[in-house]
Each structure stands twice: as structure tokens, then as C-alpha cells.
Design a protein. Structure first.
Length: 152
């Protein structure tokens, strides 16, 4: 029994000793691109559901998020590309006139935005920026935020 105690003490002593190997400190630059967060993601509305979507949808979404993460928020917002079509959401023109409905929305969301995943094939992503983080609230594969008369 005493040999187990001694072994534990020896192991503990080894762990507290500094490593003899020298470590090189490498300075890395953190990328400045947008990060995406699902902290406020809502999937409880049928119109923003991914039910029935195949793996091609998810693959397109992930590729779009990866590609956009190379840009900062202002580059995304000011991008005039027809393949991105990022712009603010005017709630009064949508099927959700009360906004996202997230707690403290008035304090969190300065301007709600949307961008498309690919040219009209996979719908839109709706959310908001806070500095260089885009918080995804809804995935809208069927363009349901706007009535069927108008796609934006």
C-alpha cells in the first residue's frame, strides 16, 4: 500500500518540474474575416425549416459561410455582387413585421441583414452583425421571409 502512495508522490513531483524542452513562441495573426454564430438560431418556425433539405443544401450553405469568412463585415455589407445580394431587412415589407423575436432584440440588432446562399437556388440567410460576427437567426431556403410576390 505504501508503494502506491510513493508512486503517486513521484508522479506529482515530475509534473511540477519545468519541461527541459525549449518551446519556440510563434506569433500568429488572427484572421480578420467574419465569424458566424448560431447563438440566436431559430428553427421552430415551419417557414424557416430545413426539413426535407438534402446534403447539397447543407454543403452549399457551409461553402458560402466559409467563403464569406474571408471578408470583414463591411466588405460583405458593401458588396454589390448579384451572387451575394447582402442587404438590410425592412421588417414592414416581410411576413415577419415584428422582427426576429429574440430577447433584447432592440439592444442586440442594429440592422437586420440577409444574404443569399447561391443565386436563388438555396434561399437566404437572415441575421445580424455585431462587429465582425454575423449571428444567423433564420435559414430561409424557400424565400419565405418575403411574400411570393416579391423576392429580395
Amino acid at each position: 500500500m505504501s508503494s502506491k502512495k510513493n508512486k503517486k508522490r513521484q508522479d506529482t513531483n515530475l509534473r511540477s518540474q519545468p519541461s527541459s524542452a525549449k518551446r519556440e513562441v510563434v506569433q500568429i495573426q488572427i484572421p480578420e474575416g467574419v465569424s458566424f454564430s448560431f447563438r440566436y438560431y431559430q428553427d421552430d418556425k415551419d417557414k424557416f425549416s430545413l426539413a426535407g433539405r438534402d446534403s447539397r443544401y447543407l454543403a452549399s450553405l457551409l461553402r458560402r459561410l466559409r467563403d464569406l469568412s474571408q471578408l470583414n463585415s463591411q466588405e460583405i455589407i458593401n458588396n454589390q455582387s448579384k451572387s451575394l445580394r447582402c442587404h438590410g431587412i425592412a421588417w414592414q415589407d416581410t411576413t415577419e413585421p415584428n422582427g426576429f423575436g429574440i430577447p433584447n432584440e432592440a439592444m442586440l440588432v442594429n440592422i437586420p441583414y440577409q444574404f443569399q446562399i447561391s443565386a436563388n437556388e438555396y434561399g437566404r440567410v437572415h441575421g445580424f452583425f455585431s462587429e465582425n460576427i454575423f449571428y444567423i437567426v433564420w435559414l430561409d431556403p424557400d424565400h419565405n421571409l418575403y411574400s411570393s410576390i416579391r423576392f429580395t
